[in-house]
Write a protein that binds this ligand. Structure first.
Ligand code: SAH
Length: 206
């Protein structure tokens, strides 16, 4: 998978490639889908949610430009697969999931694998995790029409935020927003298809 789907498709960061090699994706997919765990595609994980495809996990991780001393905020724990990848690339990961059952399952799995630098929370990731910020990097693994304002505030200057941007039902663009002197410097990358970010962002504004 690492050679065929990641290196051949342009993932270059040696730390990301090594981590993708080391994290056993089959543990994060339902038992009946284990045979497909190393195919480069998303798979269902229950509750209408999916584990992201390996290429996208690697690409988003690369775009975050993580240093071993970084603190990362992840919105959308899901299966916990991307969480595990981030935890091996950074010093600390704070991961928020809106669905309690998915958060509990990921926590149990990652605790069992002995990850000690991850903190989990059940809640609406739109609001971020104020008392753990500011973060060096933020990754959102569900799509929204715009960057949630609280997340932007919790990104430190020089930090990177990576997420799929797009209106519901439309195609989405993977973007990286770098904060420099408080201002966003936005680059777009490939088209992607993520589940929508739920919660506050879906409420009509008053
Ligand atoms: N990166 C994960 C999950 C991707 S699916 C993986 O690869 O397994 C996106 C996840 O975001 C789902 O688990 C969904 O429940 C969660 N999610 C959706 N809206 C959210 C919100 N507002 N706050 C936190 N998590 C949210």
């Amino acid at each position: 998978m690492v050679e065929r789907d990641l290196r051949a498709r342009g993932i270059k960061d040696p730390r990301v490639l090594a981590v993708m090699e080391a994290v056993p994706r089959h543990l994060f997919v339902p038992d009946n889908l284990r045979a497909a765990a190393y195919d480069d595609r998303p798979l269902p994980i229950g509750e209408d949610q999916t584990i992201s495809q390996p290429y996208i996990v690697a690409f988003m991780s690369e775009l975050l430009e993580l240093k071993p001393s970084d603190r990362v905020l992840e919105i959308g724990t899901g299966s916990g697969y991307q969480t595990a990848v981030l935890a091996r690339l950074a010093a600390a990961v704070n991961s928020i999931e809106i669905l309690p059952s998915l958060s509990a399952r990921a926590r149990k799995l990652l605790d069992g694998l002995d990850y000690k630098n991850i903190e989990f929370k059940v809640g609406d990731g739109f609001f971020g995790w104020e008392d753990r910020g500011p973060f060096d990097a933020i990754v959102v693994t569900a799509a929204a029409p715009k960057i949630p304002e609280p997340l932007w505030r919790q990104l430190r200057d020089g930090g990177r935020l990576v997420m799929p941007l797009g209106a519901p039902g439309k195609s989405q663009k993977l973007i990286r927003a770098r904060k420099s002197a408080g201002q966003p410097n936005i680059e777009d990358f490939t088209e992607v298809l993520f589940v929508p970010l739920r919660g506050a962002i879906q409420q009509p504004s008053p």
